[in-house]
Design a protein around this ligand. Sequence first.
Ligand SMILES: Nc1ncnc2c1ncn2[C@@H]1O[C@H](COP(=O)(O)OP(=O)(O)O)[C@@H](O)[C@H]1O
Ligand SMILES: [Mg+2]
Length: 326
Amino acid sequence: MEPFVFFGGKGGVGKTTVSSSYAVKCAQAGHETLIVSTDPAHSVSDVFDQPFGDDARPVEGTEHLWAMQIDPDEEVTRHLDEIRQNLSEQVSAAMVGEINRQLEMAHGTPGAYEAALFDRFVDVMRSADRYDRVVFDTSPTGGTLRLLGLPDLLEQWVDRLMQKREVSIDLFEKAAVGNNDPRRVMEGDPVLARLQERKEFFEFAGRTLREDAAFFLVLNPDELSVNETERAIAELDDAELSVRGLVANKLTPEPDPDENGRGARYLRDRIATETERLDRVREEFAPPLVATIETRVSEIKGDLLTDVAAELDIETTVDPPTVTSN
Ligand SMILES: Nc1ncnc2c1ncn2[C@@H]1O[C@H](COP(=O)(O)OP(=O)(O)O)[C@@H](O)[C@H]1O
Ligand SMILES: [Mg+2]
């Protein structure tokens, strides 16, 4: 299977739990595996009972496994600082104050958050040579997926800017015959260079996600989660990314057959409802259901991760990446 594996789904369904279990499964199969987590609330640090940070660290007690925890807030700040730096090198001092005001406003928007995380994911994919497999415990959603259409847009933009600049440089050259400087100005134009760089970045992202990544969605057996999953499948489909499989988590466990008290009756009723929901998933959704995981009595960590890993019908074999960055 592809080297990059994403687990998506809404908050609380079990992305971190399932992706950690899958990462353990890959590591136990002997693949150098990195799990990348972005959720500060319940993250790989809780699952593995070990602090993780912005760079990959080995997971204690599990050979071949590494983990990294990206703080989205820090990522947004860093991302905006980078934009600020880039722009202030290119515009007049008078503009810098205005740009800073605009960036401060952009900081709070959900788009900034998603864009910054997306940039970071792509960076991780670009520099993942030392791992056989990278598991992401969040998958790109609507906003970020739309960024994948950006290369075409940027291409046209860069082309038009080039033409405009060529015309003005041509006029400039006619006025100053024999001077070759203007041509050099165009070739070294920092704005065009930056646009070109962004275009290549998104091109790499799009190709890597389409050719070297597999997407799984985690869901719970309730109506809300099933509907949300249907939307996510369509969204990914629109971006030409197909969902490889669905993981149903937090299923109600069955009581023993001879139990008939109130608790047992409640469990059976719940199971009947959940079965209906999952039947709909099996019949109407294109991606196959690759695991059904019961709710455990406690949080899933330690040996429980290996138990859950065994329930995932997702292969661990790794095909090397087909896309290279440059
Ligand atoms: N099958 C399960 N049984 C028991 N607890 C679970 C199970 N799956 C997830 N949990 C717990 O539910 C909470 C949310 O799970 P998590 O994996 O953090 O979801 P997400 O990453 O999608 O927000 C965590 O406390 C986790 O330990
Ligand atoms: Mg999580």
